[in-house]
Design a protein around this ligand. Structure first.
Ligand code: INI
Length: 176
């Protein structure tokens, strides 16, 4: 039996991208601080090993993170945002789209993408998760380190070639 799990200190040559939705900047800035603190304490140089991409709000995160994942430049990507419920259904649309978009990027590209989007009912809950009681940004950084390390191991299991698919005309049951 072989057990695979990610390490938190597998940071040599690691490249990370962080996509940040500026909306609710007070909260998101704190998440970013927590994230950078965790990365630094695990040996990541947050100036040279991390690229930062600012977008207007959480809704814009998926389009950027998807393009970044396709570059295959990053071992992991972290999305940071804060979606706080208001008096209208806007929250539901933004929260649902960003969650779907981020999940799709991970599936479609094989690059780990951390869902670092706070979705809270009010500002108080967001503040508590952005540095007052705990800082979720720290956790998101740890998730990225762990997944980047695990996916490096998973990738090494792939055969060193991609067998080409047979042509339809060569399939035995084909009438082409
Ligand atoms: N964006 C957020 O990141 N958080 C929110 O709470 C939020 N609310 O509630 O409106 C929000 N809206 C902006 C949205 O992400 C887009 O930037 C905007 O709709 C333009 O596309």
């Amino acid at each position: 039996m072989t057990v695979f799990e990610g390490a938190f200190t597998d940071v040599e040559g690691l490249r990370l991208g962080i996509v940040i939705g500026r909306f609710n900047d007070l909260i998101v800035g704190k998440l970013l601080d927590g994230c950078q603190d965790a990365l630094k304490r695990h040996g990541v140089n947050v100036d040279t090993q991390v690229d930062y991409f600012w977008v207007p709000g959480s809704f814009e995160i998926p389009v950027v993170v998807h393009q970044l994942a396709q570059t295959q430049r990053y071992d992991a990507l972290i999305c940071l945002g804060a979606v706080i419920r208001g008096d209208t259904p806007h929250f539901d649309y933004v929260a649902a789209e960003v969650a779907k978009g981020i999940a799709a990027t991970g599936f479609q590209t094989g690059v780990p993408v951390v869902f670092g989007i706070l979705t809270t009912d009010n500002l108080q809950q967001a503040i508590e998760r952005a540095g007052v009681k705990s800082n979720k940004g720290w956790e998101y950084a740890m998730n990225a380190l762990e997944m980047a390390s695990l996916m490096r191991q998973v990738r090494s299991l792939r055969p060193p070639y991609t067998p080409s698919l047979p042509r339809v005309a060569d399939l035995p049951e084909s009438r082409a």
